[in-house]
Ligand binder design. Structure first.
Ligand code: SAH
Ligand code: SF4
Ligand code: F3S
Length: 433
């Protein structure tokens, strides 16, 4: 009973957690496999952020159960946010042997042994301290170029639509020295990029170390190590962070800054702590300090009570900012959240879809504008590996745009200077100079 297969859904945090899980299991003799057919333990690290994310996982639970029909004894596990949200309900289906929430991964080896002797196991205890700081994650990125480093867990905001505070618990920051050690270690092993992860990185604080200070500490490891981070929140993205970014070439000039809605009335109902004007002020500050900075965002269409006018406010904000890229969603009511308890989910599905389509259409146009404006520019790209286009390599620019260029034998982890010659709305077509 020692081969483990894990599918990972949801955000980058979950990818980082799966790396921690493989490390914990590896120490107890479990081996990682990428083939579900040969696994003794089949698990999904799950996401609850929208209903369709959960539906997809329900489908996977069926597939996992078909897989074990021919091979009794195979254990099925649900980890992560959906485990935390649904708890016993998952065990009650009779299709799952292990249910482990995001703070319970140290117990997985014990849970697996107990489940193997026939008793389904559940641990959904949330913690105020757990940061897995001492665990050296098993890196899943095959190219060996870019590593996720989780710097905090949980979230103390209570955006009314969001399930994350319930599934991930209270916010806690990880020991800054353990973060720097992990970044040094991956750099020594040849990685050239780290992404510091948290639901709200700007509220990072460990002893007297702020997020700006942490960024500087990681960036100072080596000029060849690129530093990225996500996610920033407009209400607490400080000037100090922006100044730290501007002062260091190896901190990538990219900020993922979700705005969610362009309407103050909706922002207030969402319990976001910033206004439209506050958001635009942050964008102006970013651009005044770093004119070349890429800005990406998240937006929700059709939140409770959203009118046509609110929707127009969202469109006009997107028009005004000109995001490089956006993740765009229809509002999905999450049981137990403040919005679910307080406000009816009253925008009809067809209206949500239509508004989302308008948002997508506008963003595709603005992305294309932003990418076209790059034509003729020279960029430094970190090579990641072969591109989907044959005979080409790909990598990202500092502002997080995917660049492709003809394969000249460059290796993953090398930096190349390129000239942008053409683009689509998601890729820059470049040549090496
Ligand atoms: N911590 C990050 C976001 C984490 S969730 C932040 O605050 O920016 C990622 C994105 O999912 C959110 O930014 C939001 O746009 C979207 N999202 C969260 N809850 C949602 C819901 N109930 N319905 C639709 N989209 C949602
Ligand atoms: Fe959710 Fe808001 Fe926390 Fe982001 S900041 S995880 S949207 S509650
Ligand atoms: Fe999903 Fe949990 Fe991340 S709900 S978005 S996997 S924090």
């Amino acid at each position: 009973m020692n081969k483990v297969y894990i599918e990972t859904y949801g955000c980058q945090m979950n990818v980082a957690d799966t790396e921690v899980i493989f490390s914990i299991l590896g120490k107890e003799g479990y081996q990682r496999t990428e083939k579900m057919e040969e696994a003794d333990v089949v698990m999904a690290n799950t996401c609850s952020v929208r209903d369709n994310a959960e539906q997809r996982i329900r489908g996977r639970i069926e597939v996992f159960n078909q897989a074990r029909r021919g091979r009794p004894g195979v254990l099925v596990g649900i980890l992560g946010c959906m485990a935390e949200r649904l708890k016993e309900e998952l065990l009650a289906t009779g299709k799952v042997d292990i249910v482990a929430g995001p703070d319970a991964y140290r117990n997985l080896p014990a849970m697996l042994s107990a489940a193997a002797s026939g008793t389904p196991q559940i641990n959904v205890q949330l913690s105020r301290e757990e940061t897995y700081a001492d665990i050296e994650p098993v890196r899943l990125d095959k190219a060996g170029v870019s590593a996720f480093i989780s710097i905090m867990r949980g979230c103390n905001n209570v955006c009314s639509y969001c399930v994350v505070p319930y599934t991930r618990g209270a916010e806690r920051s990880r020991d800054a020295h353990s973060i720097v050690r992990e970044a040094c270690d991956v750099f020594r092993r040849g990685y050239r990029e780290v992404t510091l992860l948290g639901q709200n990185v700007d509220s990072y604080r460990w002893n007297d170390i702020s997020f700006a200070r942490l960024l500087a500490m990681v960036a100072d490891i080596d000029p060849l190590l690129r530093v990225r981070f996500a996610t920033s929140n407009p209400y607490d993205l400080t000037d100090e962070v922006l100044e730290t970014m501007a002062a260091r070439e190896n901190i990538c000039k990219h900020i993922h800054l979700p705005f969610q809605s362009g309407s103050d009335r909706i922002l207030e109902k969402m319990r976001r702590r910033n206004t439209r004007e506050g958001y635009l002020e942050r964008v102006a500050k970013i651009r005044s300090l770093m004119p070349e900075c890429g800005i990406t965002t998240d937006v929700i269409a059709g939140f409770c009570s959203e009118t046509e006018e609110d929707h127009q406010d969202t469109l006009s904000l997107m028009e005004e900012v000109g995001f490089d890229w956006a993740f765009m969603f229809q509002y999905s009511e999450r049981p137990g959240t403040l919005a679910a308890r307080k406000y009816p989910d009253d925008v009809p599905p067809e209206v949500k879809t239509r508004r989302l389509n308008e948002i997508i259409e506008l963003q595709n146009r603005r992305s294309l504008d932003r990418y076209r404006a790059m034509i003729g520019r020279q960029l430094k790209v970190l090579v990641e590996g072969p591109s989907k286009r044959g005979g080409q390599l790909c990598g990202r620019s500092s502002d997080n745009k995917m660049c492709v260029f003809p394969d000249g034998g460059q290796k993953p982890g090398e930096y190349v200077d390129v000239l942008v010659e053409d683009c689509t709305s998601a890729t820059l077509i470049t040549k090496i100079i």
